[in-house]
Design a protein around this ligand. Structure first.
Ligand code: NAG
Length: 260
């Protein structure tokens, strides 16, 4: 209990210090899917009328073996807040750096944490983030969403708080799974659904995928194109997981495309 209240105070200080939120919103800051009041204020705090065209409008991450280091289908327990592992969030303080599902630990790859910390700081203009994962089973989907709601970017702010709460005003637009209407082919289902839901053009997207089980990057590049430009998302393969170099490579590849 003591620990929890300390954490609340820390979160409150962090949030009020960074964005001047009203204290009445703090009570909902730890929730994930039900944090509407917080997510709304996140959205207002972050909305920017100018989009910098050097950055993608939508950055899409695959989850397993890309954004994080595990494959969800190998896990069997849905993690909760008793399963978190605390550690250094690369210079931003102590927070949730790992989540245990049974005896396996789920952690973000370093490039993912670097990317989302900078995104939280507003370094990429109006860019928003979401996930496209072909998680094998309904249980794998649940474990994945639970981990997103526990793993932190900075102390007190989870991946979910940022990527669902702030970026999409609390709406879960992530495409996670392969049960209908999804399939194992992201270019046939995940990306067309994201295009429809976000109204963001394919050629304004950047996509990272490990491509170990199938060439999702190549498939998305080939099948998901805008008719006027003939172009699809800029894609980057992450066979070693998303390291800082692949993250930087993605940003550079996207910026270069803008100038072509
Ligand atoms: C995936 O879907 C795309 C778009 O419908 C299609 O062109 C492609 O052949 C499919 N790939 C596989 C491996 O099924």
């Amino acid at each position: 209990m003591m620990h929890q209240s300390l954490r609340f105070i820390k979160t409150a200080l962090l949030i009020t210090a960074t964005a001047g939120f009203s204290p009445s919103l703090i009570t909902s800051s730890r929730c994930s899917s039900s944090g509407h009041s917080m997510t709304k204020s996140f959205h207002q705090a972050s909305s920017s009328p100018h989009h910098n065209h050097h950055y993608p409008e939508l950055c899409v991450f695959d989850l397993d073996a890309c954004f994080w280091d595990q494959e969800m289908y190998t896990l069997s327990k849905i993690p909760d807040e008793t399963n978190v592992v605390k550690g250094d969030l690369i210079g931003r303080g102590q927070g949730v750096v790992g989540v245990m599902s049974g005896r396996s630990r789920i952690s973000l790859h370093k490039g993912s944490l670097v990317a989302l910390q900078a995104h939280l700081d507003g370094e990429f203009g109006g860019m928003r983030v979401c996930f496209a994962s072909s998680a094998d089973t309904p249980l794998a989907e649940k474990i994945g969403r639970a981990a997103l709601k526990l793993l932190e970017i900075v102390p007190g702010t989870t991946v979910w708080d940022l990527v669902v709460g702030r970026d999409w005003n609390g709406v879960d637009i992530n495409q996670i799974g392969r049960q209908p209407p999804l399939s194992s082919n992201k270019s046939a289902t995940h990306f067309p659904i994201l295009r429809e839901k976000t109204q963001i053009r394919y050629d304004r997207m950047l996509f990272f995928d490990d491509c170990q089980w199938g060439d999702h990057c190549g498939q998305v590049e080939r099948a998901c194109k805008e008719t006027d430009s003939g172009r699809g998302p800029v894609t980057v393969r992450t066979p070693y997981g998303l390291r800082v170099e692949e993250w930087n490579e993605g940003l550079a590849k996207y910026a270069k495309r803008v100038h072509e």
